[in-house]
Design a protein around this ligand. Sequence first.
Ligand SMILES: Nc1ncnc2c1ncn2[C@@H]1O[C@H](COP(=O)(O)OP(=O)(O)O)[C@@H](O)[C@H]1O
Ligand SMILES: [Mg+2]
Length: 424
Amino acid sequence: MKILVVGGGGREHAVIKSLKKNASVTKIYALPGNGGIADDAECYPVKATDVDGIVKFASEHPVDFAVVTPDDPLVLGCVNCLEAIGIPCFGPRAEAAIIEGSKVFSKNLMKKYGIPTAASESFSDAEAAIAYLKTQRYPVVIKADGLALGKGVIIAQNAAEAERAVREIMCDKIFGASGNKILVEEFLEGPEVSVLAFTDGKTIVPMVSSMDHKRAKDGDEGLNTGGMGTVAPNPYYTEKIARECMDTIFRPTVSAMNAEGRTFKGCLYFGLMLTRDGAKVIEYNCRFGDPETQVVLPLLESDLLTIMQAVRNGTLTQDMVRFKAGAACCVVLASDGYPQKYETGYEISTPETGKDEFIFVAGAKKEDGRLKTSGGRVLGATATGDTLKEAVRKAYALAERVGFENAYYRKDIGGRALACLREE
Ligand SMILES: Nc1ncnc2c1ncn2[C@@H]1O[C@H](COP(=O)(O)OP(=O)(O)O)[C@@H](O)[C@H]1O
Ligand SMILES: [Mg+2]
């Protein structure tokens, strides 16, 4: 089997390492991949947003199966195009990827089918939104409709802040056409949980839950980032809550998408908030989350390729997806200064890894055979263990063995989860 993986981050590195465990996989092409992925796959400089380039590459190479993981190509219809030239794919078609591509679409879907979520109003006119915002209680949440690199959500503390956000998104178009519409949403409180699930449009099988750490600094201070670390499972997400989510959120979402003629096949990501009134959907993603994937896949016991093919073929069953007991922790090593200004080009020394340790490379390139930093988030140091405490300890021990000048990482990944376990 020759497999094409679209994308080039830590998530794709984790996916590729899992796919490689299947003995029938003889080659993996990564578009564009990165300097670390290059140790596990053949990388070609085709951008993940260049759907025409991806389709051209796929038509010129012997690709038996394609895995499309980033949001942009999914929303742009990369799977539709690859399937049209006869390449079976893991990932939703554009009609279904809209569940992430438009927050207004997904909010209307949840309202129509009674799926619990924050109350909200949508606007396509800035002045109407601003007039409405003058009547609201604060804080209020403002969301650009479309993809915005994880920067399109603003929690406004008062009407002036809200108005500024609306003007930036809708008038100045800081996120381009993604800001043609916005949602104004009720502010919810409670622990957040990420749940990734495989679905073939009939069966949905949740993966082990996880917890992201979005802020740059310890104690959840500092700016929002693409994610500074993750742990799995998320101790706030009890079995009881999981059963409730299956009945009130997961199955209803799959049915709702079918009823809309937008059958979703792939990895559906549920961003949940566990409020006092039960679990509510904060957002859907149409793909694996990053860095959630870096803790979820190392705990997957079953064969990833077999699951992905079953998702594509509509033959997914519950018993196909098994997870190990135990826990995982991923500590993201970033270039100091991220998510603002940072320097790149520093040589990275990666340590030997044991069987419970993984280095997933995100922002690095190979230069004269040497791995050098090239992005804000450089790599994820992940470890699994019998307990969360052990996984956290091992992930930090691994992080300390990775060397590059300028490295920055949070020191408290998993801290909140461990505190939750102590309270139980
Ligand atoms: N209604 C809400 N109430 C409180 N916090 C929210 C709400 N919606 C979003 N957030 C916060 O903002 C973050 C980003 O919002 P999300 O909808 O996940 O958008 P994206 O991931 O596309 O930026 C969430 O992880 C959550 O912390
Ligand atoms: Mg989110």
